[in-house]
Write a protein that binds this ligand. Structure first.
Ligand SMILES: Nc1nc2c(ncn2[C@@H]2O[C@H](COP(=O)(O)OP(=O)(O)OP(=O)(O)O)[C@@H](O)[C@H]2O)c(=O)[nH]1
Ligand SMILES: [Mg+2]
Ligand SMILES: [Zn+2]
Length: 352
């Protein structure tokens, strides 16, 4: 017999009820805890079940977005049960969605976690420390609809914590940041302060930075498999392979995620502007409203770089992200166009 769950403990609240009427009366609600290939482990009031999506959902799906992801609230068919699998009839509207471009050449997206309130972006204070990478993660978090909070991990392995904290604060614009060490057990209670019943958080960041170790501290047990201490290397092995949703004893829901090897930005031009508010602010002060900050006179961005108030590296990182986002956007638009044409064809056929 598996655990039975209270939906409120799983993070349910009435804002997820939107659009639920269309499913009639004979359904139950569950939250996706683990995603396998076309199979989902779902937590429900009747226990943990395995489920797969209905044929109707598959037929009408136009992209990854139309399939469940960890953290999703799903509508389950009470009456159907094929080979011990319950049928998922629909996904309730997502409050937030943390996604990335899938590795390789496909421009499909991969949903890392859905319906998360806080994204804990983890970066270690030793060899993983890289402000440019952090900027990328923050940009993704803004785009997801979740609130980013930065955790600088492995403080015990760093000799200049204060300096690194200062450098980090310089790019955060008010986002909270905490230094953590799971060895000296410092900073864990600061993380706990964000957690309460009804809140869902996800731990995101490169492999080996200590995401699962922090979750174990929160759980007070070694439930998430972590890397062996001897494996701390430049290219730490990936330990967490499946995203999994876990309920904390003190309330709150946590989603662990595997380290992301390739971090691509998906359709995020707007979020880039939010993450780089300082540069956007400077652009407004340039003499020409369409200033490209290259050779124009009275350019506030160039002035800020030359007088040292804006780091050249940060500006270059901004330009690079912008270029990447534009490229991805062009590809996505092309894909959307093809999809649209496909659908249009189907519709005109059905009208004949
Ligand atoms: N010194 C030190 N080591 C730590 C700390 N936290 C975690 N580690 C070690 O770092 C290694 C990686 O930790 P994990 O928690 O598995 O890392 P992860 O981010 O979950 O990695 P993936 O699951 O691969 O994405 C393990 O050997 C941990 O023991 C810390 O605060 N200090
Ligand atoms: Mg892990
Ligand atoms: Zn300019």
């Amino acid at each position: 017999m598996t655990n039975k769950y209270n939906l409120l403990d799983l993070g349910w609240n009435e804002c997820f009820e939107k659009g639920i009427e269309q499913y009639g009366d004979s359904y139950s609600i569950g939250r996706v805890a683990v995603e396998y290939r076309s199979l989902y482990k779902v937590y429900t009031e009747d226990g943990e079940i395995f489920a797969s999506v209905s044929g109707k959902m598959i037929n009408s799906a136009t992209g990854r977005d139309d399939y469940p992801a960890v953290g999703d609230w799903v509508i389950l068919d009470k009456n159907s049960n094929q080979n011990d699998r319950t049928i998922i009839r629909g996904i309730l509207e997502r409050k937030s969605k943390f996604s990335r471009k899938v590795a390789g050449n496909s421009f499909d997206e991969q949903i890392i976690a859905a319906n998360i309130d806080i994204a804990f972006i983890c970066m270690s204070l030793n060899n993983n420390f890289n402000l440019r990478r952090l900027e990328r993660y923050i940009t993704m978090a803004w785009d997801s609809g979740a609130r980013p909070v930065v955790l600088l991990t492995k403080a015990d392995l760093c000799k200049d914590v204060d300096e690194k904290l200062d450098q980090t604060s310089g790019i955060l614009f008010g986002i909270d940041v905490h230094c953590i060490s799971c060895v000296s057990k410092s900073g864990i209670s600061e993380v706990e302060n964000y957690l309460e019943k009804g809140i869902t958080v996800a731990f995101i960041g490169s492999s080996g930075v200590g995401k699962s170790t922090i979750i174990n501290e929160l759980l007070g047990e070694s439930r998430q498999i972590t890397q062996e201490v001897s494996n701390i290397g430049e290219k730490g092995r990936h330990t967490t392979t499946n995203r999994e949703l876990v309920i904390l004893p003190e309330g709150g829901v946590v989603i662990d995620t595997p380290g992301m090897r390739e971090l691509h930005i998906l359709d995020v031009s707007d979020s880039i502007d939010t993450a780089f508010k300082d540069i956007e602010g400077l652009s407004l002060k340039c003499k020409f409203s369409d200033c490209t900050h290259s050779s124009e006179p009275n350019c506030a961005v160039k002035e800020a770089i030359s007088n040292g108030t804006l780091s050249k590296k940060r500006y270059e990182s901004y330009v690079k992200l912008k270029k990447e986002a534009e490229y991805t956007e062009r590809k996505l638009n092309r894909k959307a166009e093809i999809q649209y044409k496909k659908l249009a064809k189907k519709f005109t056929k059905s009208l004949r």
